[in-house]
Design a binder for this molecule. Structure first.
Ligand code: SF4
Length: 402
């Protein structure tokens, strides 16, 4: 579908069945927030994320209890035919956990290593080496994921010292951005030196400010050929997190930068974790980079819509299409390209409905209580009465089947 955006070419990394970079579609990732030691809850959430559209799921592997459950989680997913790749997120003790739990090292499809949280002093290189050696031994790709919040302090100090020697030193923010990039590149080079093939490395350099993220990734993209994982870290809650992530990633993706994305939303307490996968899909689909579900065109409604029926129908249809698409796709490939219009009145209703594959124009206030349905641009029939919603769903089903 992408004929507008020229993607930056990168080396391609294979992560089980998923390809990242090169000419591969941009991959949607998500991360669990369950305690990985609670295998039941983690398997449930991975399945929910997969159903919502995540193509790769990261789980934290933060202690012995978690590491001991990783292979069990993988087995349970395999038993349910969920072949989604699992990425292990390691900090501080990854070298020890990967060395101790070889079934965990084997069961994971990819390791995420944060170079800022690997260790201090001489231990740092030794522990980083250990993790890379294990990745080589088990033939696993690695994401070297640096983060503004956990930048290697020794590297930062070195960069500050070097900067102070310049006649026109950079600002502290510029040094920090450069330090992130250097940390990602130097650690990737070290991994290659240890023996990890370059086509097993993905990079990320996450920050929480939109402008900094755009600046960092724009430079990183020019300075290497590794595939890049994009994400605005700690994007925040609710609409703020969604908007900030969409703006930041939208700018980068439009420039062809980014091979895999994750939207880091803070869920409400007991909130729905799957939203991050849905938002990631919507960003890619909005840019025309991928198509996951049929597009619903719905007007915002206004004083001409006097009941909540219009909003309810639009929401029902949107949910119905999203949940049905994976089922439909098996029999009707290309169904995700479909456009469905649900419009609030005759002002724009007939026009938008005619442009969609199938559309309905609901009666606004004072209009005749009937809802014309347009199929392939032609007024096909009129729905009336209490069963408009159900009848329209049946028409959508019939359209897909035809
Ligand atoms: Fe309002 Fe009708 Fe426009 Fe919808 S189509 S926003 S109901 S005027």
């Amino acid at each position: 579908m992408n004929n507008i955006i020229d993607r930056r070419m990168s080396k391609q990394v294979q992560v089980d069945k998923i390809r990242i970079g090169g000419d591969a579609p941009i991959v949607v990732q998500a991360m669990t927030n369950t305690d990985t030691a609670d295998a039941d809850a983690t398997v449930r959430q991975i399945m929910d994320l997969a159903s919502a559209g995540a193509e790769m799921v990261r789980i934290t592997v933060n202690n012995d209890e978690a590491a001991a459950k990783v292979a069990i989680i993988r087995d349970r997913l395999d038993q349910k035919n969920i072949d989604i790749p699992l990425v292990g997120d390691f900090h501080f003790n990854g070298h020890r956990l990967l060395s101790t739990y070889s079934d965990c090292a084997q069961a994971l499809s990819k390791y995420r290593i944060n170079p800022g949280n690997v260790g201090k002093g001489a231990k740092r290189d030794e522990q980083f080496c250990r993790m890379i050696e294990i990745a080589c031994k088990f033939n696993k790709p690695v994401r070297i994921g640096v983060n503004w919040g956990s930048l290697d302090p020794a590297l930062m100090a070195r960069m500050m010292d070097e900067n102070a020697k310049f006649p026109q030193p950079k600002t502290a923010a510029e040094v920090m951005r450069e330090s992130l990039i250097v940390s990602a590149l130097e650690n990737a080079a070290r991994a290659v030196e240890i023996g990890l093939p370059a086509n097993k490395i993905v990079l990320s350099a996450k920050v929480s400010s939109v402008q900094d993220l755009i600046a960092v990734y724009s430079q990183l993209a020019q300075r290497c050929e590794y595939p890049l994982h994009l994400g605005l870290t700690e994007a925040g809650m609710g609409s703020k997190g969604i908007v900030a992530s969409s703006v930041a990633l939208g700018v980068l993706l439009q420039q062809g930068i980014g091979d895999t994305i994750r939207i880091s939303l803070t869920p409400e307490p007991n909130g729905d974790r799957t939203k991050e996968a849905v938002v990631a899909q919507q960003i890619l689909q909005s840019l025309g980079l991928r198509t996951f579900t049929p597009t619903v065109i719905a007007c915002p409604g206004c004083g001409r819509t006097t009941s909540t029926f219009f909003q309810e129908l639009a929401s029902q249809i949107e949910t119905y299409l999203r949940t049905q698409t994976p089922v439909w796709r098996r029999t009707f490939p290309g169904v995700e390209e479909m456009h469905v219009a649900v419009m609030g009145c005759v002002v724009n209703g007939p026009g938008e409905s005619k442009l969609a594959n199938i559309g309905i124009s609901l009666p606004g206030s004072g209009e005749h209580p009937s809802a014309p349905v347009y199929i392939d641009g032609v007024r096909a029939l009129t729905l009336k009465g209490d069963s408009i919603a159900e009848s329209f769903k049946q028409l959508v089903d019939a359209y897909v089947a035809s």
